[in-house]
Structure formats: C-alpha cells, structure tokens
Design a protein around this ligand. Sequence first.
Ligand code: COA
Length: 189
Amino acid sequence: MPVLRAANRDDAKALAHLAESTFRDTFAASNSTANMDAHCLASYGEALQAREIADTSMRTFVAEHDGDLAAYAQLRFGPAPACVRADHPGEILRLYVHRDWHGRGLAQRLMDTCLAALRDHGADVVWLGVWEHNPRAIAFYRKFDFTEVGDHVFPVGDDPQRDIVMMRILRSSEPNDQVLKREVGAHHA
Ligand SMILES: CC(C)(COP(=O)(O)OP(=O)(O)OC[C@H]1O[C@@H](n2cnc3c(N)ncnc32)[C@H](O)[C@@H]1OP(=O)(O)O)[C@@H](O)C(=O)NCCC(=O)NCCS
C-alpha cells in the first residue's frame, strides 16, 4: 500500500510529472490539445511545484509506492468564493490519484488526511471546485458529505469551464491527531 507523507523539495520533479499526467489522463478526452497544453505549461513543472511545496499558505501531501508517486493532494488557505460561508476556510486545491489506484481506498486515505490537516490548521469549512463534467470526482466528494453551494469559472486554456463549488463543515471533535499520526507520522508538523 502507498505511504502518505508531506511533500518535500525533493518531490518537486516527480510531483510535476504526476500532476501533469493525472490531469491529462482525466481531462484530455474532453478538451482540445491546445487548451490542455496551455494549461499544463502554466500549471506544472519542477519549479512551479517546488514553489507550491514551499508555500506556507499551502500543504502538499503525496502517496509513494515503490519509489513512485501514486497520488497527491494540495490544500490552500486563503479567501473562499462568496458562496462559501466560513470564518476560516480551507481549500482542497487538487486531489489526484493515478488511475492504477482508483477505487482502491487511496483517495479516501488522502481525503481523510486532508480533512485532518485542515482541522489541524484551524479551518472551520473545507471547499473545492470540481468540473461539472467530472462525475466520478463529484460522486467521491458527495461520499464525504460535500454539498454543492455554487459555481465558478475555471479556465483551461481559452475555455472558461464551469466548476461546481462544493463544501462541508469541519468539526473540531473529529480525530485529527490519530489520522495525521497514522498517515503522515512526524512529517505533518
Ligand atoms: C476523484 C478521485 C480522487 C476519486 O478516487 P477513487 O478512488 O476513484 O474514488 P472511489 O472509487 O472511492 O469513489 C468514486 C465514486 O464514483 C463512482 N463513479 C465511478 N465512475 C463514475 C461515473 N462515471 N459517474 C458517476 N459516478 C462514478 C464510483 O462508483 C464511486 O462511488 P461508490 O463508492 O459509491 O461506488 C479519483 O478518481 C481521481 O483521482 N480521479 C482523477 C483526478 C480527479 O478527477 N481529481 C479531482 C479533481 S477535482
């Protein structure tokens, strides 16, 4: 089973590769090549992911299996869209699992880790944007009690796509420490 941990600088290259390949795997069939290329150029690359890993307003987690990255998730702390009512919102910016690991429980472990890390950070609400034509991800988020509260535009190249905004409340009574200790050990601090 893959091991989850906080990402470090040495992961930037492999993370950039995983991030681009999972984005392409998920969306290439529904988007033009030019838009996919433009989005990937602007979003993925060793230097970009290195900056994200080091960004103190973000948290990046990776799942490693036999020396390869199998999945990753990124949290971001900052303003939320108006449809998200929260005092301290936290965003799941990206959550991507390599297709070899879909349906095998890795996404659930990654989500549990994200929710625990968000609570640990003091977030009272978690929100995310998901493409309206991504039914598997929407079903996955619903399983975790996310509900749809609005939408926003997510540009892919020159295509202004509609992302559904989903959110759920985070309760401080849930067992953060156990999840973080189990999944990311000492690395979460
Ligand atoms: C979204 C993702 C993290 C979910 O992880 P997963 O391991 O596939 O999730 P699960 O299999 O536990 O859950 C997906 C649910 O969607 C359902 N599902 C699968 N294909 C579906 C489809 N075409 N339409 C609707 N529901 C679908 C599954 O049956 C499952 O529900 P169930 O457990 O009630 O049967 C993973 O699929 C992934 O990384 N996808 C590519 C990247 C992506 O889309 N990331 C999200 C960007 S916002």
